[in-house]
Design a protein around this ligand. Structure first.
Ligand SMILES: Nc1ncnc2c1ncn2[C@@H]1O[C@H](COP(=O)(O)OP(=O)(O)OP(=O)(O)O)[C@@H](O)[C@H]1O
Length: 262
């Protein structure tokens, strides 16, 4: 079966005062329908740039991106972001404060007829476990509840693909862990294909079917979490996985200590 999403030898770069700075170089990846993929890697390795290119916010310098066989981006051309059937939940993609939960979830459904829209919102509220909160405003919700609403808003227009960039970065450690498992359950229930970017390896291993370890704008290893742990392709991946696991343990111990003191 062909992959749902194909990144074919893509490269992108940013114009800076120092000239053109490459951010992603010759990256190739295929993601199957229903797969939850995760991009992991050190800060600046190009994870967000890959997501932005898939969403249609960055032009390609080489290669192409296809979704279900149709070209979304190639050099010099691209389908506009709003026509890509790609849902997004980015770090800074906050809820609209002046809209209720219902209004936020229904935001991308303005062209739907009223009955269908109401039905979709109510199904999504049940899916994210926030039945009865439709009329609340974002400031009346916890951080975890707000993120669930942001997820429902991204899922509402029935995208083919969901992109999640550090979706839990502003949450406390316990909520993060809980939501990571919940997100996986929700996506597996709906059958959505998703790509997640995170710094948090524990989160990646909890959620992902496939993980891409990135370095300097390319994928070094694309594998299952099990294979990454047990069969790292080289010393870089082995070191990265070990170091990140150690850091995650230390960070969790530190944050738990802070929470207990508070
Ligand atoms: N708008 C921009 N203009 C110039 N350079 C940029 C821009 N956005 C990103 N870059 C550069 O491109 C490279 C890749 O950035 P990107 O944000 O994709 O990395 P990342 O892996 O997501 O990092 P982080 O984990 O810190 O978010 C970095 O060197 C970054 O400095």
């Amino acid at each position: 079966m062909p992959a749902l999403l194909h990144l074919n030898d893509i490269s992108l770069a940013y114009e800076t005062e120092q000239g053109l700075q490459p951010a992603v170089s010759g990256l190739t990846l295929g993601i199957d329908k229903g797969c939850i993929a995760c991009l992991l890697g050190a800060s600046g390795c190009g994870k967000t740039s890959v997501l932005r290119a898939i969403a249609g916010f960055e032009p390609l310098r080489s290669g192409s991106i296809t979704l279900e066989g149709a070209v979304l981006s190639s050099v010099g051309q691209g389908v506009p972001p709003e026509q890509r059937r790609v849902g997004m939940m980015f770090q800074d993609y906050a809820l609209f404060p002046h809209l209720t939960v219902e209004g936020n979830i229904a935001f991308g459904l303005r062209r739907w007829d009223k009955t269908k829209r109401r039905g979709r919102v109510s199904d999504l509220l049940a899916l994210i476990g926030l039945d009865g909160m439709a009329q609340r405003y974002p400031h009346e919700l916890s951080g975890g509840q707000q993120q669930r609403v942001a997820l429902a808003r991204a899922l509402a227009p029935e995208p083919e693909l969901l992109l999640l960039d550090e979706p839990f970065s502003n949450l406390d450690i316990d909520t993060r862990e809980h939501l990571a498992f919940e997100l996986r359950d929700i996506l597996k229930t709906t059958g959505h294909t998703a790509i997640l970017v995170t710094h948090n390896q524990a989160e990646a291993f909890a959620i992902a079917d496939r993980i891409g370890v990135m370095r300097d704008g390319g994928i070094v290893q694309w594998d299952t979490p099990y294979a990454l742990h047990h069969h790292p392709i080289d010393d870089f991946v082995a070191g990265f996985i070990r170091r990140e696991a150690l850091m995650a343990q230390r960070a969790q111990a530190y944050l738990r200590g802070m929470q207990e003191q508070a």
